[in-house]
Structure formats: structure tokens, C-alpha cells
Design a protein around this ligand. Structure first.
Ligand code: C2E
Ligand code: MG
Ligand code: MG
Ligand code: MG
Length: 280
């Protein structure tokens, strides 16, 4: 009887696994075509200073897929990383980000903005990553000081010395680095000091509960103190409420990003709202 039940469980399980595999395979083949079909787009989320003035933006990828609709990055970036598709996709994101900055440079309302672009550790581990960045800077004519690359703590899990050397070479081209999702990874403080970083980005998970959770609030104050001591600027992400903004500002945070200031929006919408100075 028990054996019979076990068989039934297995029989029920296999079609589901097959479905998952089929879904993945079709998603992967669709993703392979996404670039040439122009289905990938960047949205832009504003970053503001303590007085609420826009100082920059983060570029966030979306996949506008014919049958599936608008797909958020959490649903395809992991697959892109596993399959290596993140390399052509990441290159496209960087190029598109540079083009956007060149466009912003034409208008007094947007020319001071900096743009942060997310870089996966697989991109940074490519032997020719520095050459790719250098070529994109030359091709687009973008001011490198306006561009910022967001990396995560996982980059130092790879070949540490090699990663540090590449980051210095990119920094020498005039491009800065921000450490995204800071506090959630496992970077040791000694590595942190060796990386040519300009900014630490406090992960939104700490911001979410900071008003209620002593530990999250303590971590945020520690990151801000660390930034001060290492002369790195600190930005908080995922700021949704005025209370969170006030707490962060009272602890010395000077740059903010989150729904309180604006959701990620299309390039057109972003530019128009800055030109018209209307809220995002
Ligand atoms: P991330 O780089 O940490 O980006 C922040 C995420 O938080 C974004 O989600 C953003 O839309 C969301 N967010 C911003 N403000 C708020 C807020 O106030 N509250 C809440 N709850 N969320 C907020 P999104 O756009 O879905 O991106 C998710 C992740 O996908 C990014 O996390 C990043 O790791 C990855 N990603 C996005 N674009 C790219 C890309 O071009 N390349 C790579 N390699 N990864 C990307
Ligand atoms: Mg980011
Ligand atoms: Mg983040
Ligand atoms: Mg995140």
C-alpha cells in the first residue's frame, strides 16, 4: 500500500518537472532572440541628494516579451547568468547607458546627472572587460565621470587579484564603482579597502525595517560610519517613506533612491519629468 502511494507521488512529480524544464528551455530560446528583436529596454530610477535634488539615476533592465509581457530582471537575469547570455546583454546595457548619458549631456536640466549601470560578476571576469569599456567610451563619446558601475560583493569570490586589477584599470579610464546590495554579501573589510570604490549602496532589506528593527538600524549606522572612515560616499536604496528618509539623513546618509522619489520609468518619461521638473 505504501509502495503504491510512493509510485503515485513519483508519477505526479515527473510531469511537473518536465513542465519546469520545458518552460526554462523556451524562456532561454526566447532570451537568445531578445537582443536582436529589440525586446530589452532600460528603465531609469532617480537618485537624489539630501535636499531632494536629482543627482543621478540607476539603469534597470526589463524584457518586453511579445507573449509574456514585461518581464522583471529577477525572472531572467539569473538564467542569463547561467547561460552566459549575460555577456552580450550586459554589453548592450553598458552601451545603451552610455548613449543615454550622451543624450542627457545635451540638456542643462540633465547634464549633471550620473548614471549607475549594474554589472554582473561574469562580465567583470571577461579577459577583455577593460577593453570593452574603453571602446564603448570612445565610440559613444560619453564623459566617463558620469558613468558608474554597480558591482556586488560576489565579484571578490572570483579571482580577487585579477578583479582588483581590472577595477583599477577601469577606474583609470575615469569610471567609478559602487558596491550594490552592501551588507548582504560576505566581503571582508580588508578586500573592501583594496577595491577602488567610490560608493557603498546600502541594501534595501536594511532600509525596509530600519524604523522598527534595532539590528537593521545598527547595520545602517555602521555602513555609514564605514563610508565616512574609508571616504566612500553612501547611498541608500529602497527608500519608500519619509520616515526612512529622515532616519537615514539623521545618520548622515547623503544620497537616496527609492519609490519615495520615483519609480523606475522609461527613458522618455525620465527625461521629460526632469525637463519639466515634474515629479517622477
Ligand atoms: P538592484 O540593482 O539592487 O536594483 C534595485 C531594485 O530595487 C530594482 O528592482 C528597483 O526597481 C527596486 N526598487 C527601487 N526602489 C525601490 C523601493 O523603494 N522599494 C522596493 N521594494 N524596491 C525598489 P528591479 O528593477 O526589479 O531589479 C532587480 C535586480 O535585477 C537589480 O537589483 C539588479 O541586481 C538586477 N538588474 C537590473 N538591471 C540589471 C542589468 O542591467 N544588469 C544586471 N546584471 N543586473 C540587473
Ligand atoms: Mg543596482
Ligand atoms: Mg541594490
Ligand atoms: Mg538588490
Amino acid at each position: 500500500q505504501a509502495k503504491q502511494a510512493g509510485r503515485n507521488v513519483i508519477r505526479a512529480f515527473i510531469p511537473e518537472m518536465q513542465e519546469t524544464l520545458n518552460f526554462r528551455a523556451s524562456l532561454e530560446s526566447d532570451l537568445r532572440n531578445a537582443l536582436e528583436r529589440n525586446e530589452l529596454i532600460l528603465h531609469y530610477q532617480v537618485q537624489v541628494d539630501a535636499s531632494g535634488q536629482p543627482v543621478g539615476a540607476e539603469a534597470l533592465i526589463r524584457w518586453n516579451q511579445a507573449e509574456r509581457g514585461m518581464i522583471p530582471p529577477a525572472e531572467f537575469i539569473p538564467l542569463a547568468e547561467e547561460t552566459g547570455l549575460i555577456l552580450p546583454i550586459g554589453h548592450w546595457v553598458l552601451k545603451q547607458g552610455c548613449k543615454t548619458l550622451v543624450d542627457w549631456a545635451k540638456h542643462p536640466e540633465t547634464r549633471m546627472l550620473r548614471l549607475a549601470v549594474n554589472i554582473s560578476s561574469r562580465q567583470l571576469s571577461q579577459a577583455d572587460f577593460v577593453a570593452q569599456v574603453s571602446t564603448l567610451l570612445a565610440e559613444t563619446g560619453v564623459n566617463p565621470a558620469r558613468l558608474k558601475l554597480e558591482i556586488t560583493e560576489s565579484v571578490i569570490l572570483d579571482n580577487v587579484e585579477d578583479t582588483i586589477a581590472k577595477m583599477h584599470a577601469v577606474r583609470d579610464l575615469g569610471v567609478n564603482f559602487s558596491m550594490d546590495d552592501f551588507g548582504t554579501g560576505y566581503s571582508s573589510l580588508s578586500y573592501l579597502q583594496k577595491l577602488p570604490l567610490e560608493q557603498l549602496k546600502i541594501d534595501q532589506s536594511f532600509v525596509r525595517n530600519m524604523a522598527f528593527n534595532k539590528h537593521d538600524s545598527a547595520i545602517i549606522r555602521t555602513i555609514l560610519a564605514l563610508g565616512k572612515n574609508l571616504t566612500l560616499n553612501v547611498i541608500a536604496e529602497g527608500v519608500e517613506t519619509e520616515i526612512q528618509r529622515e532616519y537615514l539623513a539623521s545618520f548622515g546618509c547623503q544620497v537616496f533612491q527609492g519609490y519615495l522619489f520615483g519609480k523606475p520609468v522609461s527613458a522618455d518619461e525620465f527625461k521629460q519629468s526632469l525637463l519639466k521638473k515634474s515629479p517622477l
